[in-house]
Design a protein around this ligand. Structure first.
Ligand code: PLP
Length: 374
């Protein structure tokens, strides 16, 4: 081939979209450390620390807590593929894109999916879930998204879990956008299966999905009559590698350097303190909201349940969504997100996740938006 390929040098952007968020220099530095073998004792010891830090971030004592070597979508599939057996009835709450993906996954696992729908931009209503639980006493699982990134809505995970458990259901929660950005208490709230993503409020590189399963969830998996359809995501097999130190055996080649990065990002969350991180996200959200108001922009979601780490901003009448986003990217190296699905062309999604969530970025974004909109 005669074509020359030059070294790729990405521009330095400020990532204020729906993820990935800006990766902190310490995490990028960790990524570039020498690669170890995936069964090297030093790496195995790091895996134990990653598990402990994930237990800290999820606020759980669950022993089955680890990162899946693939993005958040794989975490979703891991939870559903392991917990849902053909014929199982699963209630899925949907008020945005990602609840819809859970629904599709249940069907692909051979489950019977019951949808509880609420309008985009609103919370999942407890009374609707209560009616569905009454109408379907044979339901085994309730699944929902904690922080719906497509709309900027926070669902009341604690209340939804309590209701589900009162009806004897296991709870399955998408925490891709909430982990380390908003209050989340796996054990206290009674969450049985949960998955997240490395690229949002953890500010790690994309491509890993922290997950955690309760003892009740493990019991359901152990009691399966049919094998988990996915070999790669079968928790029984994955645990051979992520389980107790000395017994570890090859399952797949772990993304070793990405695990270094995840460790560093979790270490930084631990250093800051989880509650402090939640609080920082909330404070910067308030500053962003005030800044938006000062240039005549408003949030599309009620403050009572809007996400601090993902702000859906109503695009003013007559303003071209794409022109604004392109100007921000090209003139300010600033990425904000477009609306998804029903919200396409109607909202911008401004992320303040993890390392990105700071006052300088809030001011930078407001000033850039002001200039572009003038
Ligand atoms: N769930 C939610 C709430 C998300 O925001 C995303 C990604 O944006 C996903 C699941 C899928 O994660 P990934 O893109 O890492 O596969």
């Amino acid at each position: 081939m005669s074509q020359e390929f030059s070294v790729f040098n990405p521009p330095k952007r400020t990532l204020m979209g729906p993820g990935p968020s800006d990766v902190s220099p310490a995490v990028l530095n960790a990524l570039s450390k020498p690669t170890l073998g995936h069964l090297d004792p030093q790496f195995v010891s790091l895996m134990d620390d990653v598990k402990s830090l994930l237990q800290y971030a999820f606020k759980t004592k669950n022993t089955l807590t680890m990162p899946i070597s693939a993005p958040g979508s794989a975490g979703m599939e891991a939870c559903l593929a392991n917990l849902v057996e053909p014929g199982d009835k699963v209630i899925v709450c949907q008020n945005g894109v990602f609840g819809g993906r859970m629904y599709q996954n249940v069907i692909r696992c051979g489950g019977e999916a019951v949808l509880v729908e609420d309008p985009w931009g609103e919370q999942t209503k407890l009374d609707k879930l209560a009616s569905a639980l009454k109408a379907h006493p044979d339901a085994k699982i309730v699944a929902f998204v904690h922080a719906e990134t497509s709309t900027g809505v926070m669902n009341d995970a604690q209340a939804l879990c309590q209701l589900a458990r009162e009806h004897g259901c296991l709870t399955l929660v998408d925490a891709v956008t909430s982990l380390a950005g908003s209050e989340l208490r796996v054990d206290e709230w009674g969450i049985d299966a949960i998955y997240s993503g490395s690229q949002k409020c953890l500010s790690c590189v994309p491509g890993l999905s922290p997950i955690s399963f309760s003892e009740a969830a493990i019991e359901k998996i152990k009691g399966r009559k049919t094998p988990v359809q996915s070999w790669f995501l079968d928790m029984d097999l994955v645990m051979g590698y992520w389980g107790k130190g000395a017994q570890r055996a090859y399952h797949h080649t772990a993304p070793v350097n990405s695990i270094y990065a995840l460790y560093e990002s979790l270490r930084l969350v631990h250093q800051e303190g989880l509650e402090n991180a939640w609080n920082r996200h909330q404070q910067n959200h308030i500053k962003l909201k005030e800044g938006l108001a000062s240039i005549g922009l408003t949030l599309a979601v009620d403050e009572a349940y809007c996400l601090p780490q993902l702000n859906a901003v109503t695009i003013p009448e007559g303003v071209d969504d794409k022109v604004v986003r392109s100007a921000l990217l090209n003139d300010f190296n600033l990425e904000i997100g477009a609306g998804l699905g029903q919200f396409a062309g109607k909202v911008w999604r401004i992320g303040l996740m993890g390392h990105t969530s700071n006052e300088d970025n809030v001011n930078y974004c407001i000033n850039a938006l002001k200039t572009v909109l003038e």
